[in-house]
Design a protein around this ligand. Structure first.
Ligand SMILES: C[S@@+](CC[C@H](N)C(=O)[O-])C[C@H]1O[C@@H](n2cnc3c(N)ncnc32)[C@H](O)[C@@H]1O
Length: 229
């Protein structure tokens, strides 16, 4: 596109559900996802979505790793987890059924849907976490634009102490929880630090340049303590 031309938009999918409308569209060469009227993401720069997986897995020891991804989006975090040869299972929990359907139809080019290690589930990741005890080596959460910019107000509990405790409880001892945010959130790192069973809490700021502006995203990482404190 040359300067001044309107972007070329093509709608690939639009569906309404109990959690609002979800729209997948192409804008020039890029994909965009809009959830419940909120711009959820595009694939102009997916370095931080991929870093959510790579930074967590870098902190995981061992082999045969089982990973939970909360929020499918355009599939970049799940794809980055699958790119790690130590990973033998990636479970994705996604709230929007149409998005899972579009992924299965191959509309999300980043996601290797035929990879036998990948399982896509429809559901609310907070409900899933509450029922998963010591099951995962890594739990990767990117369901909002971060704890300070929720896509669904019902996700607020994920970032409060009981929600964080459930996410930690879904990890095997030594496993790693990672949360993506569209802005630095030191207060979230502080909340995790105060939780029994949390260790090695880190707040990592990732700079991305978009539209000639510098943006600061963040990852909050915590390990489930090997021994409960
Ligand atoms: C920003 S996108 C995730 C981007 C993803 N990390 C990637 O790499 O493409 C957020 C996703 O989380 C989903 N979502 C929001 N709330 C959720 C919840 N409570 N449980 C599961 N998925 C949820 C949205 O429908 C959306 O697909």
């Amino acid at each position: 596109m040359t300067g001044g031309e309107a972007p070329l938009r093509e709608e690939l999918g639009r569906a309404a559900g109990t959690h609002g409308e979800v729209v997948l569209r192409r804008c020039d060469a890029h994909l965009e996802l809009v959830v419940a009227g909120v711009f959820a993401m595009d694939d102009v720069d997916t370095s931080t979505e991929r870093a959510l997986a790579t930074e967590a897995l870098r902190r995981c020891g061992g082999q045969d790793l089982t990973v939970l991804v909360g929020g499918l989006g355009l599939g970049w975090t799940a794809a980055a987890a699958l790119a790690d040869p130590r990973v033998t299972a990636v479970e994705v929990v996604e709230l929007q059924p149409p998005l899972v359907g579009w992924a299965e139809q191959g509309l999300l080019p980043a996601l290797p849907v035929a990879d036998p290690r990948l399982r896509l589930h429809v559901g609310d990741v907070s409900v899933h976490l509450a029922g998963a005890r010591a099951r995962y080596d890594a739990v990767l959460l990117d369901v909002d634009n971060g704890p300070v910019f929720l896509v669904h107000p019902t996700n607020a509990g994920l970032y409060e102490q009981p929600g964080l405790a459930a996410a930690l409880g879904a990890l095997r001892p030594g496993g790693v929880l990672a949360i993506w945010s569209s802005a630095p959130v030191p207060e979230l790192a502080g909340r995790l630090t105060g939780l029994p069973g949390a260790a090695d809490v880190e707040h990592v700021v990732l700079a991305v340049e978009r539209d000639r502006r510098r943006h600061e995203y963040a990852l909050v990482l915590a390990r489930r303590a090997a021994q409960p404190s």
